[in-house]
Design a protein around this ligand. Sequence first.
Ligand SMILES: Nc1ncnc2c1ncn2[C@@H]1O[C@H](COP(=O)(O)OP(=O)(O)OP(=O)(O)O)[C@@H](O)[C@H]1O
Ligand SMILES: [Mg+2]
Length: 268
Amino acid sequence: MSSKKKSGTSKKRDHQPQFYGYDLFADQAPTVKGRLIVLEGTDGVGRSSQIALLREWLESEGYAVATSGLKRGKLAGKGLKDAMAGHTLNDITMSLLYATDFADRMEREILPALRAGFIMLTDRYIYSIMVRSLVRGVDPAWLKNLFSFALVPDIVFYLQADVSSLIPRVLNARGFDYWESGGDFLPGRDYYENFVTYQRRVLAQFDALAAEHKFRRIDANRSMHAVFRDLQREIRKVIADMKPARLPQEIPAVEMPPEPAGGGDGRE
Ligand SMILES: Nc1ncnc2c1ncn2[C@@H]1O[C@H](COP(=O)(O)OP(=O)(O)OP(=O)(O)O)[C@@H](O)[C@H]1O
Ligand SMILES: [Mg+2]
């Protein structure tokens, strides 16, 4: 993933797509009119919430917005979920299946949307998949090579929160998950302890990737609103030279019902 471009963000693009290593998809991306914006970070850090807010904001400004996320590909998404439910894969085959899902989404969702001029907001990217495999001991060089067909995003936001901030969010939202607590490889059986251990290891790997690929760190220990404001400010710069697909949405005038004949109070 290092031969072409080392940074996780690309400077002002000339609309020529950049790939990390192999440009296997170059013929499918002769030009890229849209922007690829990635939100990365640990489980429960607030990615879904921020993507929903960003989408609403960007669409109201007149931009066409598309989203993508892990395990959402038509080809391998269901296979991945089944494999996780049935524990049928090892660390290598799991990485390969994640890579298949990612390649499928690159081809069918991400590149077509970028060609059509969409702002593509992705909930995690190759980095989460790599981190997931790295904490389980998969070889870093092999992983880099495996994902080197990935398009270099215009910006990668790293939503970073301490484990102590994550715990109440995850517990409130849905409780601890087997995989997010490293249930497949950590020896203990205590979900709480395992969640803390696993997420600390994940954070350490994310920190290393963030430094290597120059992610834009956002302090996600703060309120949702504060995080959103920072994202908005950074995204404004990334889309500064884009034209919205249509004019910003005007708030439609509320149509008042006609006065009822005879001056009644309108109640039924
Ligand atoms: N900045 C924040 N401060 C406090 N709570 C937050 C913040 N951001 C999100 N939350 C809450 O934390 C929970 C998880 O948020 P969200 O689902 O957006 O995270 P996620 O990163 O998409 O998680 P997942 O790993 O489950 O996909 C939700 O209940 C959400 O309301
Ligand atoms: Mg989510």
